[in-house]
Design a protein around this ligand. Structure first.
Ligand SMILES: Nc1ncnc2c1ncn2[C@@H]1O[C@H](COP(=O)(O)OP(=O)(O)O)[C@@H](O)[C@H]1O
Ligand SMILES: [Mg+2]
Length: 609
């Protein structure tokens, strides 16, 4: 769908379809109840009734459901994807408006009944009454028209949210018609002032939080600047504050239900991504799903394209595309997850999935605890605040953005240019430049939000926080953080200490040690310096590196001089192992892995273990 953003005049053709003046609406409202009711049905305060005409007898009335109105007919900009807006009150008297895709009327209509029941409509349990309900919905013919959009985000010059459309709607009413939209209808709680005071203020002095919250505002800017999708992955072990950072970012837009933990399948993800189009999508604990699923998820998000599938009836093939910023967390790296399912990580994808060590080395993910005793207390406060105050910042930001759209784009572009001159290292590779541009866009958006008065941060605070994260990305590219490096070494070393005897077959076996090695993972060869270990590749990756990114562990072990690479520098080597007729690739660890060494120790602050 091509959307022109700069079109400020409403589509005249659309205006012709319906003169959406106040009088007209009032007129429609006046007639909708009576004229809209199909033959054979009646609606009163008790509900919808089916009238059965009986020959020679007075007609009988059968109750179908509590009062339900079909108020509006919807269709998209191509006059496809028709739907109906259903209005009713639940048993507690709360008003509901559901935009039902008309295609749900095909078949048995179970999904319609299920959704209506779920939203609190009372429906007669009789089978015949349920059929009549579908007939009623089908035959209602509302005069009122609205355009539906299937995704959130920009539509011409307005921005569609699950519960509202921001911008000046002078043409037809625009409604989101998305099956996943119901859950996120309640997407605003608390005022902007509260959010600034309780959430945004806590981000001050915390580079990762500044980045996360600024990235929260960046979704709508992507399309304005024709910028590609951006993914940021906070990588690190548990209890650092990663999920808290995601919740803080998500509070820019809405309800905590939108922080998804990806147990959902990749198919569910397409719907979710459409809902977060032009916005922010948060995925917590990416590693919880299988590598296969995670790989697909990352691939789809990075490229902004769903798998595309035929509709239920084999008609047009729908392909979802979306543009968004996504934030994720996990203990493993994204590229590792992708490679495990056989995707080669292309340079283009790698730069779209920026990995940042979650641990700042100060208080986990945080650097400034704003007077709280510890990281845990601070995290608890911030998470709680993000659950209580949300949604207002995005609305305020969008309103100002739409009112000043040309100027805002120009500001963001100018800031990016300025940041590039000041902060981009002169000798950067093309990849680094592209990643820098993502950071620069996020920083510029953060600054724009500050100028709009939405964040309450000082000028350049967004810039400094985001650039600190860029530096951290640059320093840790492909490596683990300092703390994690120590942990990795300690894990590898204790593995050999524990299992070096029992799980490695002696290289030269005398007749006295013909005992089988249980759960063998390689060979042990005695040398003058001590035992060397030849470790099978799978055993190393799955067991020795359990819970760690094995590629990073390989790098560290080579750097430390424990792991002896082959002549080309590859971490595995072809070795003729005892009793084998051919060379087999394996890892060769020197005896240093047990005794520790200062040689090759590039980091002085790692004590000699
Ligand atoms: N920076 C921190 N320092 C100490 N404990 C923390 C920190 N961040 C979080 N925690 C603890 O971990 C719990 C989970 O926080 P969460 O943000 O979900 O961390 P993560 O996603 O990194 O595992 C918190 O309730 C808190 O007890
Ligand atoms: Mg977590």
């Amino acid at each position: 769908m091509e959307i022109s953003l700069y079109k400020t005049v409403p589509d005249l053709q659309e205006e012709k379809i319906i003169a959406n003046t106040m009088e007209r609406i009032a007129e429609i409202n006046a007639v909708v109840d009576k004229d809209n009711i199909p033959m054979g049905f009646e609606v009163d305060e008790e509900g919808v009734w089916h009238i059965q005409e009986n020959r020679n007898k007075s007609p009988t009335k059968k109750w179908i459901c509590s009062p339900l109105w079909v108020t509006t007919h919807t269709r998209d900009h191509k006059n496809e994807n028709h739907g109906r807006v259903l209005e009713f009150k639940d048993t507690d008297g709360h008003k509901h408006e559901w935009t039902m895709p008309a295609e749900l009327l095909a078949g048995e209509g179970m999904k319609i009944l299920g959704t209506l029941l779920n939203l609190g409509l009372r429906i007669s349990p009789q089978k015949q009454a349920r059929e009549k309900l579908l007939e009623y919905i089908t035959n209602c013919n509302p005069i009122r028209r609205a355009r539906c959009v299937l995704q959130c985000g920009w539509y011409n010059n307005v921005f569609v949210l699950p519960s509202a459309t921001i911008g000046n709607i002078r043409g037809e009413k625009i409604i989101l018609q998305n099956p996943s939209a119901l859950e996120s209808k309640n997407d605003m709680l608390g005022s902007l002032k509260d959010w600034k005071e309780r959430v945004a203020k806590m981000a001050s002095g915390n580079s990762r939080l500044i980045l996360a919250v600024s990235a929260g505002f960046t979704g709508p800017i992507l399309r304005l600047l024709h910028h590609e999708n951006i993914g940021i992955h906070f990588k690190g072990k548990s209890s650092l504050g990663k999920s808290t950072a995601l919740h803080a970012a998500n509070s820019v837009w809405g309800n905590p239900v939108n922080v998804h933990t990806f147990r959902a399948t990749a198919n569910g993800l397409e719907g979710i991504a459409s809902l977060h189009n032009d916005r922010l999508l948060c995925i917590d604990e990416l590693g919880q799903i299988s590598a296969l699923e995670a790989g697909h998820v990352i691939y789809m998000l990075g490229n902004g394209v769903g798998k595309g599938r035929a509709t239920q009836y084999g008609l047009a093939k729908k392909q979802s595309t979306w543009r968004l910023v996504f934030l994720s967390t996990g203990e493993l790296s994204l590229s590792q997850l992708m490679e495990e399912v056989g995707y080669r990580v292309k340079a283009g994808q790698e730069v779209r999935l920026i990995e940042i060590p979650a641990d700042t080395g100060i208080s986990g993910l945080f650097e400034n605890l704003h007077g709280f005793k510890g990281g845990a207390d601070f995290a608890a406060y911030l998470k709680d605040a993000s659950f209580q105050f949300y949604g207002a910042p995005a609305r305020a930001f969008l309103k100002l953005l739409i009112e000043n759209i040309e100027e805002s784009s120009a500001i963001v572009k100018a800031l990016m240019k300025d940041f590039r001159q000041k902060y981009l290292p002169k000798t950067s590779s093309p990849q680094v430049i592209r990643v820098f541009d993502h950071f620069a866009l996020i920083a510029a958006t953060g600054e724009l939000a500050t100028r709009f008065g939405v964040t309450g941060w000082a000028e350049e605070e967004a810039l400094h926080g985001v650039m600190k994260c860029f530096q951290s990305w640059l320093d840790n590219r492909g490596d683990l953080g300092m703390q994690e490096e120590k942990e990795a070494i300690s894990q590898v070393r204790s593995f050999f200490e524990l299992h070096g005897e029992s799980r490695f077959t002696p290289w030269e076996r005398g007749p006295e040690d013909r005992i089988r090695t249980i759960n063998r993972m390689g060979y042990r060869r005695e040398t003058n310096e001590g035992p060397e270990f030849y470790v099978f590749t799978d055993s190393f990756r799955k067991e020795v590196c359990k819970g760690l990114d094995y590629r990073s562990v390989e790098k560290i072990c080579i750097k430390k001089g424990f792991l002896i690479p082959d002549r080309k520098g590859s971490p595995t080597r072809g070795e003729r192992l005892p009793e084998m007729k051919k060379n087999k690739r394996c890892y060769r660890f020197s005896a240093d892995v047990l005794i520790g060494t200062t040689e090759g120790n590039l980091n002085n602050d790692i004590e000699v273990l």
